[in-house]
Design a protein around this ligand. Structure first.
Ligand code: CUA
Length: 339
């Protein structure tokens, strides 16, 4: 090969690689990285992208150079010269991909095992997914429940997932991790938040009618603010005022994901409008109080016309204590009587 050919090949390669690198770097493809685990996954991402850019540059240089250099006259229909194998070339193009793919495999394994390693003071959070809401339970923080995933910055948490009905998937783009939630299995991921902020929690598996609305938020706060939140949250749920306790239970059990209730600022559209409970009880010919109670514990006993059966989970009767159920019923009765 002539020196001039090598120079043009290298030149084209540098330009093609530069264009690809500019596209990769100038456009913000990824949301901010908000956890230690996300940082490691981003490293793997850029490791693979770098390899891709180099391969792209080599291939683009070879193609563009050949198109120009070996161009034939438009009316030349003759065959090209016969080419037989080239052992040296074949070994090279087998060896290089082998090395690259092995390197990707090894670095991925290291990233995954580091992300799965548990720190000593890991806090456990039980995540319950159900159509179409998230509930986060904190066994290490007074056992409280929340509809928002509140996380202290800098501490590793282990999220343990369970589904009450169908397959869902937990995904917070800023944490980079996605985990399937399968009925009958407990799956886990670890998150060590590194950045204060509010991030979306998304259900990433088509799970039914309300899949698109099955969202919550992850809120990362300083450890002191987290401790304060734990104190206020647990006192609200066990408050002796049914208004305060009922409002907290409504919010923490994710009722607003499916129902509208203006007193709670909820605007869900999957289930019946709870601002119209009084009229709906009348339509069902039941006393308001009993109507609300049965609708929570045995949701399929009576279905509001226009709404499908088997959508409201039948699990709340067991999940709520007698006192919690009383508070919730009284809260819903009071707020709908005001209408
Ligand atoms: Cu749960 Cu989609």
């Amino acid at each position: 090969m002539r020196r001039g050919s090598i120079a043009s090949l290298v030149g084209i390669g540098i330009v093609a690689g530069g264009v690809a690198a500019a596209v990769a770097l100038a456009i913000p493809w990824l949301p901010v990285s908000a956890s230690k685990e996300a940082g490691r996954i981003d490293f793997e991402f850029w490791f693979v992208i770098t390899i891709c850019i180099v391969i792209f540059a080599v291939v683009a240089a070879a193609i563009l150079y050949s198109v120009v250099r070996f161009r034939v006259a438009p009316d030349d229909d003759s065959d090209g010269p016969p080419i037989h194998g080239h052992t040296g070339l074949e070994i090279t193009w087998t060896l290089i991909p082998t090395v690259l793919v092995t390197a990707i495999g090894i670095t991925s394994a290291i990233v995954l095992s580091r992300d799965d390693a548990l720190a000593k003071n890991t806090m456990r959070i039980d995540v319950v997914a159900q159509q179409f809401t998230w509930t986060f339970r904190y066994p290490d923080a007074k056992g409280l429940t929340s509809a928002t995933l509140m996380l202290p910055k800098g501490r590793e948490v282990q999220l343990r997932f369970q589904s009450k009905d169908v397959i869902h998937a937990f995904f917070v783009p800023e944490f980079r991790e996605n985990e399937d939630i399968v009925p009958g299995l407990t799956t886990t991921i670890n998150v060590t938040p590194t950045r204060d902020g509010t991030y979306p929690v998304i259900c990433n598996e088509l799970c039914g009618l309300g899949h698109a609305t099955m969202r919550s938020t992850a809120v990362v706060v300083e450890p002191a603010a987290f401790a304060k939140w734990v104190r206020s949250q647990s006192s609200a749920e066990s408050s002796s005022s049914p208004g305060t306790a009922g409002a907290a239970l409504f919010k923490n059990n994710g009722c607003g994901g499916c129902h509208t209730l203006s007193a709670a600022g909820a605007s869900g559209k999957v289930g019946p409008d709870l601002d119209k409970l009084a009229a709906e009880a009348q339509q069902a010919k039941q006393p308001l109080d009993a109507f609300i109670r049965t609708s929570i514990t045995d949701p399929n006993a009576y279905i509001q016309p226009g709404y499908p059966k088997n959508v409201m989970p039948a699990t709340f009767g067991k999940a709520l204590s007698k006192q919690q159920l009383d508070s919730l019923v009284s809260y819903l009765t009071t707020s709908s009587k005001g209408k």
